[in-house]
Design a protein. Sequence first.
Length: 343
Amino acid sequence: MMKAIVKPRPGPGAELIEVDPPKVGPGDCLIKVERASICGTDYHIYRWDQWSESRIRPPRIFGHECAGTVVEIGEGVVGVKKGDFISAETHIACGHCYFCRTGLAHICREVKILGVDIDGVFAEYVRIPYQNCWVLPGGFPTDYASVMEPFGNAVHSVTEARVEGENVLITGAGPIGLMSIMVARSYGANRIIVAEINDYRLEMAGKVGADLVINPNEEDLVAKVQSVTGGIGVDVVLEMSGAESAITQGLKSLRGGGRFVILGIPKRPITLDISPLIVFKQATVIGVNGRRMFDTWFRSTRLILDLKIDLEMIITHRLPMDRFEEGMELMGRGECGKILLLP
């Protein structure tokens, strides 16, 4: 038996219980989980919001961000061996649809997500298809490996935005927004402005490299951006919050011909006046989903190993797995960066 954090039934909360360890089938790797980190998606599952109710089928071991060691492999596994240290690409693509066969596996329509559609990583062991195991070199920091998946979201977003020499506004300074500051800086952004309503995360944004931090509840974000850009607006907006107000203010802060990259997911449908905000500005709007498989993983690994991006600044809490509820409460209050769980 192994310990795992399980959503046992529909409704708020979760339980740490003993369950049978996963069995390895063809193409599978059994991973001994050394670190798992809490994502906003996990918090939604824990709280049991409208999205979770429509998507999750309990009982389910949740969690999807992890680092661990391969302890068993199934028949047909290629490129991964026992003893390898891995992080995990959490989107399990079908491999045969139009998108998978044209280099767009990250938007596969038949995708299954680790910890959402199949059992996840908040456990002592997890079963992962070998194609989703990202083998890391010896000596790669275990804690960093655990947050490679959300770091990849930041890398994908900034790569799509083309920020070199540009003035950038990041709306939302949750963990991925914070990572985006660091990636944008490493990619040569000129000025980085961050908008966030949570004072804890606003302070973190300044510490990890933002040039200017703004609380839109206390200052007029659009007026401030116009002031510091000579009335032009920013070249790029990275929208990481999913808040309707942030999307609207971000588009108003964008210069004509600018690029608006959106990773944040609104909780409900939103209303936008697209004529002045997008059409008349000739703005380019780019949606980002997950990580490009596996271009983003190569980029992310190089950024950490070669440019020495310090993800230690993003990791604020390390908790044993039996204190997962404490981690969820911190997530709910927004008083954290990344929270690691140690099985």
